[in-house]
Design a protein. Structure first.
Lengths: 326, 198
C-alpha cells in the first residue's frame, strides 16, 4: 500500500474542506482497502467519514430516509425496512458475508467498483483502471461481463445486490457537493454506462459526498422477490440477479418493477417489461412475455451467451415467486 | 518504536542511492521496480499516528503507520498471532475478530479507524482458563482438520449464535458462508454451532 495521511472528519463540511486532489473518502473500507493493497487506488490522503455522515434510519412524510453511514447489516435487519421495503432487505442479505455486511456502509455500497477480473489484475489491460490501455474482457474471459449497455471500451458490470433493489424501488440519492449545495439524484441516473470513459462508474461530482438515500412509500412490500444466480449458493457475486415486485389488485397488475444485476455497467431497469405488465393479469403466460421483452435487446458476448436463457428463466421464476410465495 | 528511517542513513548513502536512481532510465523494468521498492522503504515519508486501542480488555498505546490493518497490528505489532491471515483480501474470513461485539474482517479494517472500540480476538474468548463453549464444541464435533481457519470460524460462530441466525442448518450455513474451510470441515462446524445454539 502507498503511504497516506489519515484524518477523521467531524462533519461533512470539514470532510469537504479536508479533501484535495489526491484524497479519497473512506467509510466501511471493504472495497477501498482491498483496492489500495492492490495499488489500484493510491490516495495520498484518506478522509474517514464514519463520524461525519448520518447512520440513522428515519421515517419521513412520504417515505424513509437512510443515512449513508448505515451499515448493510443494520439496514437489512431494520424493522421499518422489513415492513415497508422487504425487497431491499432480501437483496442485501444475498450479498457479501455477515462480516462484510457489518462493515459496509449504504453510501459505500453504491460506490463499490466492479469485480471484473481485468480491473483487479494490474498486469492486464483495463480502460477502467488505466484509460486507453484497452479492454481485456471484450475479447477475453467475459463470462461475468455485461450483456447490455456496454461499449468497446468496457464490458464490466456493477457488482451490487442492494443497488438492484434500490433502482427497482425508485430511490433518490442525496449528495453534498464541494460548493456546499445539496442535490437529489434519481437512483437510475446515479450510475452511468461506460461509453468512452469507463473510468467513471457514476455521476457523483469530484469531491462530493453521498449523505443519504430516500425511498418513497410504495406498495411493493407484499409481492416481491430477489433471485440471485451465481457459481455457488452464498458469498459470490451474481452471474445474474433479478429484483421483481408487483402491486396487485386481485389478479390485476397495477404496477410492476423489474431490475437486474450482473447484466450491465449499472443496475438495470427493464422498463419495456414493466410497461407491458402494467394493466395485465398476473399469469405465467404474461410473465413469460415480459421476460421475452426484456431479453429482446440484450447482446451477449462470447463466454456469456448462457445469460440470455438464464435471464429469461430467472425473470419468469422471479415474478412467479412474487405471486406464489406469499 | 523505531526512529524515522530517513534520519538513520548518512549523507553518503543518500548521494550514492540518488546517483543509482539517475541511472534507472537505462535499466529494465524489473530492476526499476526493485529500486522503487527500496526507495519507498527508505525515503518516502511514512505517516505514523499515535493510537490507543483496547484488545481483549487490555489497553495498548502505539505509534502505527496509517497503513496498518488491524490484522497486521495484532500479529506483527502486538504478537497476538491467533488471528490468521488467509487471503488478506476479505475473501476467506480467517481474520474474523469482534469489534464492539460485531464480527468483522480485521484484514480490511484500518487500525487508525478503531480507537475507542473494544476488540476481541480468539485469545480473548477463554475466561479464567476455561475454554468458551464454542471452542469446546469445535473440539467435540471435529470442527476442523488443519486448524488454520478455526480461529476465524469460532469468532464468526460465536457472533452467529449471538445474532440469532441458527434457526436451521440452512440458516447456519448461509450465515457462516463468509468463513471458508479448505479441509471442508463444514459439517463438524455446523454441528458445533447447533450444539451451542439455544
Amino acid at each position: 500500500m502507498k503511504p497516506f495521511e489519515y484524518s477523521k472528519a467531524e462533519n461533512t463540511t470539514s470532510a469537504i474542506k479536508l479533501a484535495g486532489n489526491s484524497s479519497m473518502y473512506i467509510s466501511g473500507g471493504t472495497n477501498l482497502i482491498d483496492l489500495m493493497k492492490k495499488h489500484i487506488h493510491e490516495p495520498d490522503k484518506l478522509i474517514d467519514l464514519t463520524d461525519a455522515v448520518s447512520s440513522e434510519i428515519t421515517v419521513q412524510e412520504n417515505g424513509i430516509r437512510i443515512g449513508a453511514m448505515v451499515r448493510n447489516s443494520t439496514l437489512a435487519e431494520d424493522s421499518l425496512i422489513l415492513d415497508k421495503f422487504p425487497l431491499l432487505s432480501r437483496a442485501i442479505l444475498k450479498g457479501a458475508s455477515p462480516q462484510i455486511r457489518n462493515m459496509a456502509s449504504t453510501g459505500g455500497n453504491l460506490l463499490q467498483r466492479t469485480r471484473c477480473p481485468y480491473f483487479y489484475d494490474t498486469a492486464l489491460p483495463c480502460n477502467k483502471r488505466i484509460p486507453g490501455s484497452g479492454c481485456g474482457a471484450l475479447e477475453g474471459n467475459n463470462r461475468m461481463s455485461a450483456v447490455i449497455g456496454y461499449s468497446n471500451s468496457c464490458v464490466a458490470v456493477h457488482p451490487s445486490d442492494m443497488c438492484v433493489a434500490l433502482v427497482a424501488l425508485d430511490t433518490k440519492v442525496e449528495i453534498l457537493k464541494p460548493d456546499g449545495n445539496t442535490e437529489m439524484i434519481n437512483f437510475e441516473d446515479f450510475h452511468r454506462l461506460p461509453g468512452d470513459n469507463p473510468q467513471k462508474d457514476n455521476n457523483l461530482p469530484d469531491g462530493a459526498i453521498i449523505t443519504a438515500i430516500e425511498i418513497q412509500n410504495n406498495s411493493f412490500n407484499k409481492n416481491y422477490d430477489y433471485l440471485k444466480l451465481r457459481e455457488r449458493e452464498s458469498y459470490a457475486f451474481a452471474l445474474i440477479s433479478v429484483a421483481a415486485a408487483l402491486e396487485l389488485s386481485g389478479n390485476l397488475i397495477r404496477e410492476a418493477r423489474l431490475a437486474s444485476g450482473g447484466v450491465a455497467h449499472k443496475p438495470w431497469r427493464w422498463k419495456d417489461a414493466e410497461n407491458f405488465l402494467k394493466g395485465e393479469n398476473a399469469t405465467e403466460e404474461n410473465f413469460k412475455k415480459a421476460a421475452e421483452l426484456a431479453i429482446e435487446k440484450i447482446a451477449p458476448l462470447e463466454d456469456n451467451k448462457f445469460k440470455t436463457e438464464m435471464l429469461k428463466g430467472a425473470i419468469q421464476q422471479s415474478f412467479m415467486n412474487c405471486v406464489t410465495n406469499r | 518504536m523505531k526512529t524515522e528511517a530517513s534520519n538513520t542513513y548518512s549523507r553518503r548513502f543518500f548521494i550514492k542511492s540518488s546517483s543509482a536512481f539517475t541511472t534507472l532510465a537505462f535499466i529494465p523494468n524489473s530492476v526499476k521496480s526493485f529500486f522503487y521498492q527500496v526507495k519507498e522503504k527508505f525515503f518516502v515519508k511514512k505517516q505514523k499516528i499515535p493510537l490507543s486501542v483496547s484488545i481483549n480488555n487490555k489497553e495498548y498505546r502505539l505509534d502505527v503507520d496509517t497503513r496498518t490493518t488491524l490484522l497486521d497490528l495484532l500479529r506483527e505489532n502486538i504478537g497476538l498471532t491467533g488471528t490468521k491471515k488467509g487471503c488478506d483480501h476479505g475473501q476467506c474470513g480467517a481474520c474474523t475478530v469482534h469489534i464492539d461485539g460485531e464480527r468483522r474482517l480485521s484484514c480490511l479494517t484500518l487500525t487508525a479507524m478503531i480507537p475507542g472500540k473494544e476488540i476481541t480476538t480468539i485469545e480473548g474468548l477463554a475466561k479464567d482458563g476455561k475454554l468458551h463453549p464454542m471452542q469446546e464444541a469445535f473440539i467435540e464435533n471435529d470442527g476442523f482438520q488443519c486448524g488454520y481457519c478455526t480461529p476465524g470460524q469460532i469468532m464468526s460462530a460465536v457472533a452467529c449464535v449471538q445474532e440469532g441466525h441458527t434457526g436451521s442448518t440452512e440458516e447456519i450455513k448461509e450465515f457462516m458462508s463468509g468463513n471458508l474451510c479448505r479441509c471442508a470441515a463444514y459439517n463438524g462446524i455446523t454441528r458445533a454451532i447447533q450444539k451451542v445454539a439455544p
